[in-house]
Design a protein around this ligand. Sequence first.
Ligand code: ZN
Ligand code: ZN
Length: 342
Amino acid sequence: MEKRKLVDVNAPNRSTGIVNGQSSNILNWDDVRFPFAFPKYKKMLANFWVPFEVNMGQDIKQFPQLTKDEQESFLKIIGLLALLDSIQSDYAMKAADYITDSSINALMIILAQQEVVHNHSYSYVLSSVVNKAKQDEVFDYWRTEPLLLERNEFVTDGYKDFAENPTVANFLKSIVYDVILEGLFFYSGFAFFYNLARNRKMVSTSTMINFINRDEELHVDLFIKIFKAVLDENPEHNTPELADFIRDTFVRAAELEIAWGNDVVGDKFDGVSKAELDAYIKFMANKRCKQLGFDKPFEGYNENPMRWIIAYQEVDLGKTDFFEQKSRQYTKASDANGFDDL
Ligand code: ZN
Ligand code: ZN
């Protein structure tokens, strides 16, 4: 693939292709190729939040009162999220170099900025609840915890082919890994934090997790739109091999996420079971494949088995926390007919 030029005096402002296209690289939001770009820009800006607006007072008091298992999982999950969001800021910018459309590049810049904020939130949470030595240890879990190492390699290996050999085929595959990173590998961790919030524990941290979750949903949707636009403009890449790749990669990713989920959640906590979490992960894998426009890899699993999580995941908190939005939250939770089903 050709990298986007800094400026191209002979090309139009409205690009001629999402990859390998012509583009002056001038951004005029009223003259862009993809109709989804401007609404997405507005939504991403509307999500703006900063960690230090969230008061950690209550969480600081509660953390020492959590059980040992709760504390351990809390820290391990933050360690994982810190890794994923760090990789993600960088991947987004590397991918953006090959997008020959100034408006999609602009969205990638905002996406990367949001990942930086996510990383800030993990430092902010850790510096609130543990000492600096422990915080440093947590930020090294990605290389000291075997399960994290395995997941890390799975995603980075997936990105490497594209980084070393940026063809359209490798770009499409890297987006599949991206959708796994942003759309599946966060989700056991999210479930853990929402279950804490449900038990009125660590509500400020979980509120930030909700903000991150909300951002990630927009990111997954953006990458899926890019994926579909690339396929649309390069239909020769829409092959049975690609469908097989997507199925196999999601099956492996779900296995890794289930192993991780068993480790950090399993049957250790009230309100969430190993069986439920396994089914939830398979449901999420099915959901992402369907969003990409491909077959669901797991038969059945068409329904979110953790109905309660919908209220925590999908509620738009604005600048408030879960319990200021209680009435709305419960309205949403009971609105289960067909909601979040495939
Ligand atoms: Zn993120
Ligand atoms: Zn993201």
